[in-house]
Each structure stands twice: as C-alpha cells, then as structure tokens.
Design a protein around this ligand. Structure first.
Ligand SMILES: [Fe+2]
Length: 162
C-alpha cells in the first residue's frame, strides 16, 4: 500500500458504518487528485492534496459526537490535531503533517487561501457538496467568481452541473 492509501483505509475504518461520510471523502479525493493532475501539480503537493481529500473532514465525527454540532468552524478546530497525528502515524514527515493540519483547520474558510493544495481541496469539496447537499445551481457563477481559481476545477464544475 502507498502511504496515501493507508490514510484512506484508516479513514474508512474511522468512519466505519457511515456510508455518506466515506463516499464523501472518496469522491473529494478523486476530484482533488484529478484537478491536481490536470494542473500539473508537483508530486509533493499532489501527495498533500490526496491526503487532504481523504482526511479533511476528520473533525466532523468529534463535532457531532461530543458537541452535537456540525458547525463548520468547530469541525475545523476539532480536525486540527487528529489530522496531524494520523498523517504522522501513516509515515509522512512533520512538515507534511503540519501543512495537512493547517489546511484541515481552515478548509471552510475561503479567505486567505495560501496554496494550491488548500485551493484544490476547497474546489473538490465544493464540487461534491453541491451535489450531496442539493445546493441550487444558481450559486455557480458566484462560486466561480469568488472561490474557484484553477482552470481544471472550473471546467469540471461546469461539466458536472451545467
Ligand atoms: Fe468535505
């Protein structure tokens, strides 16, 4: 198994019995890696993007279980430490674990997106959430204008929903 596949399997184990969550992160990772590939992202950043796809919602379970809330900000906060620990545990460097936990703890925040890893995770998450949360297509122009940046992300979004 590749190290990213270890993360994937650990997350499936973590969300065992919760098909919605499992299918969510499998899809987010697939779209994120697809965008990364089309954007010719370097291998190091592409690895971080793959990890982020799998791991980004690690905080939801704790938020729902211990706080009875799925509030986005709370999820960010509660995902910070577990995402750092799991990334290290699966054999990645401290530098990668730090970046992963930084993005996880900001991934519902669309201001100050400071890297293509963060940007591409946000785009893939939105692509999946529009479908899963039944969000109106009316928001597409605004989402493209205010959040999406990569050519491939915009193209994919339009292909899926237009
Ligand atoms: Fe998500």
């Amino acid at each position: 198994l590749k190290e990213t596949e270890i993360i994937r399997d650990k997350m499936i184990e973590y969300y065992q019995g919760d098909p919605q969550r499992i299918q969510h992160f499998i899809k987010v990772e697939a779209f994120a890696s697809m965008i990364a590939e089309k954007e010719n992202i370097d291998a190091h950043t592409a690895t971080i993007i793959s990890i982020l796809g799998y791991i980004h919602d690690i905080g939801i379970k704790i938020a729902e279980k211990e706080y009875g809330s799925s509030d986005g900000k709370l999820q960010e906060k509660l995902g910070k430490e577990p995402s750092y620990n799991l990334t290290l545990e699966c054999g990645f460097s401290k530098e990668i674990a730090q970046r992963v936990s930084y993005v996880v703890s900001h991934h519902h925040t669309y201001k100050n997106i400071d890297g293509l890893d963060y940007q591409i995770l946000v785009e893939a998450d939105i692509i999946v959430n529009i479908y899963e949360d039944n969000i109106s297509k009316d928001i597409l122009p605004n989402v493209i204008k205010t959040i999406f940046k990569t050519k491939s992300g915009i193209h994919l979004l339009q292909q899926i929903y237009n």
